[in-house]
Design a protein. Structure first.
Lengths: 212, 545, 385
């Protein structure tokens, strides 16, 4: 049901040692929408994601998700997922265990976990790689695992921090379309950070542009 | 209540571990250190400095000659050990080759042999012209401390992606330039850590200096021992203990500062090892580096076995045969049961390793989760026992734990606790580097998946800690097996450990005793090699599973 | 309290726990060392206490015998078996506590005087005796058998703080084969050691760190006087004497019999018989000999540690230690000679050990008074610092 606001960021201020990185930033995202956050390096895109994820606390302003003020909530109770630029896969866990991590933390039973992670791996096109070690994945495969992992706990909002960096042009374009389709099919509300105008157009109907 | 205001400079970290958790992990190391080190140390020093002429020593020229010799030989030993140890550290960290694990274990075994034994082995090996010169002391320190450099630097070297160096090469850097400008800076925290430990050990060298110093080259440690035990001059010993500690505290503080400043975050979570089989040209270089290390540690080990078989004129197994045979002839008994000594050593080492692991692991966690100042205090504090004269700790315990409710002088666990005091820094040093190389985003990633701060921390940190903790445990066990410092100043009833048994045998007249001492030293070395191999293998499995 | 302050809380918390613990410890400290009474060492033992031997059986009581590191602890060793016989006779259990080398053992006893680690101490020698008496380590006691012992030994402790239990001699030893090979006869006097014939042959221990080294230095003082010993040492240095740290280094690394290159070494009068007894291959004759005129006598003492809670049992144990039953196991197991004149020695000892007629000996009080001064002067003279 479009029109319902999932993410509402108001007047967020972040400054490091006196340098203002985010100066009264306000954005909002509606349910099921994938929004591209576009801007050059250093424009504060990643900082905003970290504020929304609760990795960084803002100096001022509020972050609301599904009508709940989460500005001072710790990351794990926000139901905000995140795909990191460098994936941050857990090196000691297999592909399936990486994907199932969020389910395990939530106390989902092993059989159910296995089922859901297999289903997600199928969805991102990695069916059959469940028991693979993280060390033996290609760049594109790592990105897919990262997406599947962040989708597993069914977050209210998914943040993607330049999720396609480091891939060759052809793979980049193919994956952008595929991942956007996965998000769309699942009705995920997503904020996708990129510095690439073409990528923004390919994955989102709406873009927010940051400038320095 | 925390309510951020606009314009406030500091950004809060909302996912910090809760205070109760940080307090809980800092209690064991702080308590352990305070009760078993700080308290006895202060008790002895206060007692010693109560005398009216406590500081008279400080104006004597002899004292400063000892301080000067201690310092320069430690600096020279450190530089030499680093120079010799870097090549084998590179070879064993970067490449798989036959005998690699055995080499690492042999290097470690030498590190834990009692100094008396190494000193004797060095005399057997070195040409007569070098015996009882300062070169003999430096050479012994290199042989001893090689393991510290090879293992500490190797652990860090193993997790540097080779492409980092390849990148530099493609930018036109020669191998030497690449090493100087890329590898060395990345390794600097590990090199500093290893250097600091080698310096500590050389600075406080006791057995080696007594055996090889010819009696007129004294380190501060030997001088403290001489004053406290042979002259009964506790106040002089206390004064020198403080001099030694001040000097070392400065070095340790400096090294932790350098380590923190130069710590680099590598892309991997610190558990991935990049090692391959050497090919082509590299094979020769790896072989050369490994052979040098092998020669340095194997020659003294062979000398041990050789001396256990030599009876002055011919070789025979009589010392080995008589090991279990306590009664030499009717009414004549050796008075030392080697098998019981071995059992005592193993039991003590097991307890000491357990203590060191618990204290070391909680300390590592505490150091990495506490605020900067607290963690620095704890970090430096844990290193201090290494730099404190063994006599001071031993005598301090004696006069501190002498009344209810701490009447522990005769407690069986005081010896393993003493070992753990010396072994804990090995657990900590080994793990801290790895822990610092883990990207904080690993924790953040876990948090975005719904993990609480503690869960996120344990899910990402503990698996990475398993390997360095296993390595640290191996070193701790080895340190305990060879420990001949503080605990030799604690009184004991019942069986002696192997190093003490060896020392007793070497203190008696009769070739049989001498040969048996070397037989026991060979056994100690063998046990250590087996132990270190097993723990290394365990660590590898833990990493793979 | 702001969040910034919160950082220091965990360590502060731990320190609080520690402070509590330390405070508990301090509270009880007032309990010990309270004994104050006549004499420089506090209260003497209660006067009515009876000597040990012949006293009642004291089943279940236990005394701790503190000893130096070469004291046997193996239950099968005859020394330990003899102590078991004492237990069978008196009911008093004996636990052996090893406290380190003699110097370390005495330093510990001095630090803990009044609240000792054990009840009886074995093995303080005459070079350390004065220090132990000045440090109020012992509780005086006159052993029952004291009158049986030679006055040569008993006169050393007129205050009866400790009881002589064994003696030995520190003498120059020589390697018979090596001297033969070099074509020289064994030396026979102190002066021989400085003659060109024996240049580069002698190894001695540093008196600052070694008990036989100190005894040898004291021997030269006794032989050449307080004014003459320094000149003698200058001659020794000119004759290329080698100084090493301890007995093991001298005997096992420098002495030619054990693989070194020096045929003369400062060791013990009992070293030759032990070379026979503990040879790797059976020997018909001792391979080493002793220069008897260089022998310096060392006497070892046992004493009751002041502050013991088992005074009666401790006295019984002292009586036992000087009784023939214990004295006869001393020689073979502790490398020394028994003080009790009724004890017969093992034949090997009679054959190979040197018990010189008139060894050099120094008054413990003189040793103690000048030890540090002589060692310092020796260091300047011999080692240049």
């Amino acid at each position: 049901m479009p029109g319902v606001i999932v993410l509402d960021v108001r007047d967020v201020v972040v400054s490091f040692d006196g340098n203002v990185v985010l100066d009264h930033v306000s954005i909002h995202i509606e349910r099921g929408e994938t929004v591209a956050l576009l801007g050059p390096s250093g424009s504060g895109k990643s900082t905003l994601l970290r504020v929304i994820a609760g990795i960084l606390e803002p100096n001022a302003g509020t972050v609301t998700v599904d009508g709940r003020d989460i500005t001072h909530l710790p990351t794990h109770s926000r139901s905000v997922g995140m795909v990191f630029q460098d994936e941050q896969l857990f090196p000691h866990l297999s592909v399936a265990d990486n994907v199932a991590f969020g389910l395990k933390v939530a106390g989902v039973r092993p059989a159910e976990r296995r089922h859901r992670s297999e289903e997600l791996l199928d969805a991102v096109g990695l069916g059959g790689l469940a028991s693979r070690s993280i060390d033996n994945l290609s760049g594109g495969e790592r990105k897919r695992v990262a997406l599947a992992r962040s989708l597993a706990p069914n977050p209210s909002l998914l943040l993607l921090d330049e999720p396609l960096t480091g891939l060759d042009r052809e793979l980049h374009d193919r994956l952008a379309t595929e991942l956007a389709a996965v998000l769309h099919e699942r009705g995920t509300t997503a904020l996708w950070v990129t510095h690439d105008r073409g990528e923004a157009q390919a994955i989102a109907a709406r873009s927010i542009v940051f400038t320095i | 209540m925390v309510s951020p205001r606009a314009g406030q400079l500091r950004i809060a970290q909302p996912n910090r571990l809760p205070v109760w958790f940080r307090a809980m992990v800092s209690v064991p190391p702080v308590l352990f250190l305070s009760v078993f080190y700080v308290w006895p140390f202060l008790t002895l020093v206060v007692r010693g400095l109560a005398g009216p002429d406590a500081f008279d020593l400080l104006v004597e020229a002899r004292t400063w000659r000892v301080v000067w010799f201690t310092t320069w030989q430690a600096a020279a030993s450190t530089l030499l050990t680093l120079a010799v140890g870097l090549a084998p550290a590179w070879a064993t960290a970067r490449y798989h080759f036959p005998g690699r694990r055995l080499l690492l274990s042999a290097v470690t075994a030498v590190f834990v042999l009692p100094t008396v034994v190494i000193g004797a082995a060095m005399i057997a090996v070195l040409p007569a012209a070098l015996e009882r010169t300062v070169w003999a002391i430096l050479a012994a320190h290199v042989v001893f401390n090689l393991a510290v450099v090879v293992r500490t630097v190797g652990t860090s070297w193993a997790v540097i992606p080779p492409d980092l160096e390849h990148a530099a090469r493609t930018l036109g850097a020669s191998p030497w330039q690449t090493f100087r400008s890329i590898t060395l800076p990345v390794l600097r925290p590990a090199i500093t850590a290893a250097g600091a430990i080698v310096f500590l050990f050389s600075f406080t060298s006791f057995g080696v200096v007594r055996v090889l110093g010819g009696g007129n080259r004294n380190t501060i440690e030997v001088e403290i021992w001489r004053r406290a035990t042979q002259l009964g001059d506790i106040s002089g010993a206390a004064t020198l203990t403080i001099v030694q500690l001040v000097a070392l505290a400065a070095v340790v503080a400096w090294s932790s500062k350098v380590q923190r400043r130069t710590a680099t975050t590598l892309g991997s979570a610190g558990t991935h090892r990049f090692s391959v089989r050497p090919t082509g040209q590299t094979r020769r270089r790896v072989a050369a580096a490994a052979s040098v290390a092998a020669l340095i540690v194997v020659v003294p080990l062979i000398a041990l076995v050789e001396r256990s078989l030599w009876n002055g004129e011919t070789y025979s197994f009589v010392a080995w045969r008589s090991l279990g045979n306590n009664e030499i002839r009717p009414g004549l008994n050796i008075g030392i049961d080697p098998l019981a000594a071995l059992r005592t050593s193993l039991t003590t080492a097991a307890w000491a390793t357990g203590f060191a692991l618990v204290i070391g692991a909680t300390a590592v966690v505490a150091i990495s989760t506490l605020g900067r100042r607290s963690s620095r205090v704890l970090d430096t504090g844990l290193m201090l026992p290494l730099g404190t004269s063994a006599v001071t700790i031993g005598f301090g315990m004696l006069i501190t734990f002498d009344h209810d409710p701490v009447d522990w002088r005769a407690a069986w666990w005081l010896v393993p606790v003493g070992h753990a005091l010396v072994a804990t820094p090995f657990v900590v040093r080994n793990s801290l580097g790895v822990l610092r190389s883990i990207s904080p985003d690993q924790r953040h990633a876990a948090a975005t998946l719904g993990a609480t701060p503690i869960r996120a921390w344990s899910a990402t940190t503990l698996p990475a800690l398993r390997r360095p903790l296993a390595t640290g445990a191996g070193l701790a066990a080895a340190v305990s097996l060879g420990e001949f410092g503080a605990t030799s100043f604690l009184s004991r009833s019942g069986n002696e450990t192997l190093p003490i048994a060896i020392d007793r045998l070497l203190g008696r007249t009769g070739r049989l005793f001498q040969a048996q001492a070397f037989a026991l030293a060979s056994i100690l070395a063998a046990v250590t090699i087996v132990l270190v191999v097993a723990i290394d293998a365990g660590g590898d499995r833990a990493r793979r599973s | 309290m702001t969040n910034a302050r919160g950082r220091t809380r965990p360590v502060a918390l731990s320190l609080l726990v520690l402070a509590t613990l330390t405070a508990c410890g301090d509270d009880s400290e007032g309990g010990d060392g309270g004994a104050a009474g006549a004499g420089p060492c506090g209260a003497a033992a209660e006067p009515g206490d009876s000597p040990g031997v012949g006293g009642d059986r004291a089943d279940g009581e236990s005394v701790t015998l503190v000893a130096y590191e070469s004291f046997p602890t193996d239950p099968e060793n005859p020394v330990v078996e003899a102590l078991a016989a004492f237990t069978a006779e008196t009911g008093v259990e004996v636990e052996i506590l090893i406290a380190g080398d003699t110097g370390t053992m005495l330093s510990k006893a001095t630090l803990t005087a009044g609240n000792p680690e054990g009840d009886v101490m074995w093995g303080i020698d005459n070079t350390f005796l004065s220090r132990s008496i000045d440090g109020c380590v012992f509780e005086p006691y006159a052993a029952v058998a004291l009158t049986d012992l030679p006055s040569e030994f008993t006169q050393l402790v007129p205050g009866r703080e400790a009881t002589p239990v064994d003696f030995g001699d520190v003498c120059v030893n020589y390697d018979i084969a090596a001297l033969e090979a070099a074509g020289v006869a064994p030396p026979t006097s102190w002066e021989d050691l400085t003659s060109a014939e024996y240049a580069g042959m002698l190894v001695v221990q540093n008196p600052a760190t070694s008990s036989p080294g100190l005894a040898f230095l004291m021997g030269t003082v006794a032989a050449f006087g307080e004014d003459g010993w320094a000149a003698y040492w200058s001659d020794l240095v000119a004759n290329d004497v080698l100084v090493v740290d301890g007995w093991s280094q001298a005997y096992y690394e420098a002495f030619s019999w054990a693989g070194g290159d020096r045929p003369l070494v400062v060791s013990y009068g009992s070293s030759p018989p032990f070379e026979v007894l503990f040879a790797t291959e059976a020997l018909d004759a001792a391979p080493t000999g002793v220069v008897e005129s260089t022998c310096v006598r060392q006497v070892e003492f046992a004493g009751i540690l002041r502050g013991t809670e088992h005074l009666g049992a401790a006295r019984q144990l002292i009586d036992f230690l000087v009784s023939p039953a214990f004295q006869q196991v001393v020689a073979l197991n502790l490398f020394v000679f028994p003080v009790h004149p009724d004890v017969e020695l093992d034949q090997t000892f009679i054959d190979y050990a040197a018990i010189p007629e008139s060894p050099v000996s120094l008054d413990p009080a003189v040793i103690d008074e000048h030890r540090e001064e002589w060692i310092d002067e020796w260091s300047r003279l011999v080692q240049g610092n």
